[in-house]
Design a protein around this ligand. Structure first.
Ligand SMILES: Cc1cc2nc3c(=O)[nH]c(=O)nc-3n(C[C@H](O)[C@H](O)[C@H](O)COP(=O)(O)OP(=O)(O)OC[C@H]3O[C@@H](n4cnc5c(N)ncnc54)[C@H](O)[C@@H]3O)c2cc1C
Length: 291
């Protein structure tokens, strides 16, 4: 459990970090909180010639309000998100997903950008990003671009980011009025990656009927899965059996993987229960807000 030798770089600006990536001198990898990358290196599941540590780049840290969204800098720790009153108020789904990530020691080091860039299919943040229609800000050697979360996650640990790009921030849309949000997951032990899970948000009309729904599942495929048919079916619904029907619709096309934690058929069954539960909680919350 010792990493293969690498050259360590500690740039002070994003531009300097990008220059090192662009140099193309062997395999180069960005280091954020190290909560996924360090075990990979230590177990020699991967080896790189250069590591570019982003922990001394202050411009990558921070949470700001920008035109209907919260812009969360890539190097903002998960613990900062967990403690943020602004995140709790403006993007409650992101806030509520955070305590499900590992243990607080992991969240102290782990970053928002690291979780998004690592793209583990059982991770909470990618599912939050997909459910809310977040945009991933990527900076490359010559330009900045924004990729919709729906297009960013392309497979297990694989994203649309180019090797010479850095995730600099994630833009999460601010919640709409009369909305509720809930995260439900099943893990074998507290702090483990989820066997299956879901992030849901709904908004209601003045009469309490659902007018928009957002559902993404995680741990059930190679990327987070947005349940668009279920979302559409929920529009106009008042809850009750509609939620359970929508939950069945959300898992109808899933073919989750089987592994030593659970067979795919179990993941699918559990996912339906979790979606129904999360929708119920989100709807109850949305209705509690007075118009
Ligand atoms: C015991 C344990 C339990 C865990 N449980 C969970 C869990 O339940 N849910 C969960 O979601 N996660 C869990 N994690 C992972 C944790 O959330 C990590 O923090 C996260 O996956 C990676 O974030 P990081 O900042 O540590 O990134 P790192 O480990 O430093 O990097 C991960 C990968 O992302 C790349 N990367 C990082 N930042 C950027 C960037 N800004 N731009 C481009 N590429 C970048 C790196 O090059 C690397 O390939 C767990 C980890 C441990 C050790």
């Amino acid at each position: 459990v010792k990493a293969a030798p690498f050259r360590y770089h500690a740039p002070r600006t994003t531009a300097d970090a990008l220059d090192i990536l662009a140099a193309g001198d062997g395999d180069t990898k960005v280091l954020a909180g190290g909560q996924s990358l360090v075990p990979i290196l230590a177990m020699r599941l991967g080896r790189f010639d250069h590591l570019v540590d982003l922990n001394r780049v202050p411009e990558l840290v921070g949470i700001d309000s920008v035109e209907g969204a919260l812009r969360v800098g890539a190097m903002t720790s998960q613990a900062t998100v967990e403690r943020s009153v602004q995140v709790a108020r403006d993007v409650p789904l992101l806030h509520r997903a955070t305590p499900f990530i590992g243990h607080f020691q992991i969240r102290n080091r782990g970053t928002v950008g690291g979780s998004i860039a690592h793209a583990d299919p059982a991770s909470e943040y990618p599912a939050v990003a997909v459910a809310l229609g977040a945009r991933i800000e990527l900076r490359g050697p010559a330009s900045v671009r924004w990729v919709d979360a729906a297009d960013f996650f392309v497979g297990t640990w694989t994203t649309a980011a180019e090797p010479d790009e850095i995730v600099t921030a994630v833009l999460f849309p601010v919640r709409s009025p009369r909305s509720g949000a809930a995260v439900e997951e099943l893990a074998r032990r507290h702090g483990d990656f989820a066997v299956a899970g879901t992030t849901c948000a709904v908004a209601v009309d003045d009469d309490g009927r659902i007018n928009t729904a957002a559902i993404a599942l995680f741990g059930v495929g190679s990327t987070p899965v947005r349940a668009r048919a279920a979302e559409a079916a929920l529009v106009g619904s008042v809850g009750g059996t509609d939620l359970r029907d929508a939950a069945q619709l959300a898992v109808a096309d899933l073919d989750p993987p089987s592994d030593l934690h659970a067979p795919g058929s179990y993941r699918r069954k559990v996912a339906a229960v979790l979606v129904a539960r999360a929708l119920d909680r989100a709807l109850t919350e949305a209705r509690q807000e007075t118009p």
